[in-house]
Design a protein around this ligand. Structure first.
Ligand code: TMP
Length: 222
C-alpha cells in the first residue's frame, strides 16, 4: 500500500494552507492520487463544528473546546481520512492532533496527557507519517493573517503570550519526535522557497517508500 499521511502544522499565519495546496498540486502533477483536507473541518459535521469553534457566538470552556476539536477529528478520521488511506491515496491534512496539543495544551494549559487520551480515542491511533512544521514568530504570522483576511477569528484574538506558548509547544513536540517532524523556519522566505524545502522533505519520504515497496515486491524485506 502506497498511502501516506502528511500533516502541516504551525502558528496562525505561517502559510501552511498555501503550502499544503502547493504540495498537493505538485504531487498530482507527478501522478499521485492526493486527498487534501483540513482541521477543524474536512466533513460537513467538521465544518459546522469549525464555525462553532472559530466564531464568536459562544463562550467555550477550555475542555469543551478541546472536545469539540476532537469530535470533529473523530468524524474526519473515520469518514474521510482512513477511507482515503485505504484507497492508497496520499492524504495531506492542514492541522491535526499536534494543533490540539499546542493550542489547547501548551496554549490553554490543559493536561497534555488528557489531550493525548481523548485524541487517541478520536483517531483510533492514526498518526501522520510526516508532519511539516512551519515555524514563524506568531506576531508576524498574526499580522499576516489579519492583513490577508481583514479580520481575526476567536483563536487568533487570544493574546501574544498564548500564541508564544503555542509556538513553543509546536517546537517542543517536534523535538520530542524528530523522526516524524520536519521543521522549516519560514521567516523572511518567499512561498516558492518554502515550497522547495517542503518538497525536498517529501521527496525523501517518497524515495524511502519506493525503496520499501520494491524490496517488498522482491520479497527481500517484510
Ligand atoms: P486554521 O485557521 O489554520 O485552519 O486553524 C483554525 C484555528 O483553530 C487555528 O487558530 C488553530 C486552531 N486549532 C486548535 O486550536 N486546535 C486544533 O486541534 C486545531 C485543528 C486547530
Amino acid at each position: 500500500m502506497n498511502s501516506l499521511f502528511l500533516t502541516f502544522e504551525g502558528p496562525d499565519g505561517c502559510g501552511k494552507s498555501t503550502q499544503a495546496r502547493l504540495l498537493a498540486e505538485k504531487l498530482r502533477s507527478q501522478g499521485y492520487d492526493v486527498f487534501l483536507t483540513r482541521e477543524p473541518g474536512g466533513t460537513s459535521l467538521g465544518e459546522a463544528v469549525r464555525e462553532l469553534l472559530l466564531g464568536k457566538e459562544y463562550e467555550l470552556t477550555s475542555s469543551a473546546e478541546a472536545l469539540l476539536y476532537a469530535a470533529a477529528r473523530a468524524q474526519h478520521v473515520e469518514e474521510k481520512i482512513r477511507p482515503a488511506l485505504a484507497k492508497g491515496q496520499i492524504v495531506i491534512c492542514d492541522r491535526f492532533v499536534d494543533s490540539s496539543l499546542a493550542y489547547q495544551g501548551y496554549g490553554l494549559g490543559l493536561s497534555l496527557q488528557k489531550l493525548r487520551e481523548i485524541n487517541l480515542f478520536a483517531t483510533s491511533g492514526l498518526e501522520p507519517d510526516l508532519t511539516i512544521l512551519l515555524d514563524l514568530d506568531p506576531q508576524i504570522g498574526l499580522a499576516r493573517a489579519r492583513a490577508g483576511r481583514g479580520q481575526t477569528d476567536r483563536i487568533e484574538e487570544r493574546d501574544g503570550a498564548f500564541h508564544k506558548q503555542v509556538r513553543e509547544g509546536f517546537l517542543d513536540l517536534a523535538r520530542s519526535q524528530p523522526e516524524r517532524f520536519a521543521v522549516i523556519q519560514v521567516e523572511g522566505l518567499p512561498p516558492e522557497e518554502v515550497e522547495q524545502l517542503v518538497w525536498t522533505r517529501v521527496e525523501k519520504l517518497l524515495g524511502k517508500q519506493r525503496g520499501t515497496f520494491s524490496c517488498n515486491k522482491m520479497g527481500v524485506k517484510s
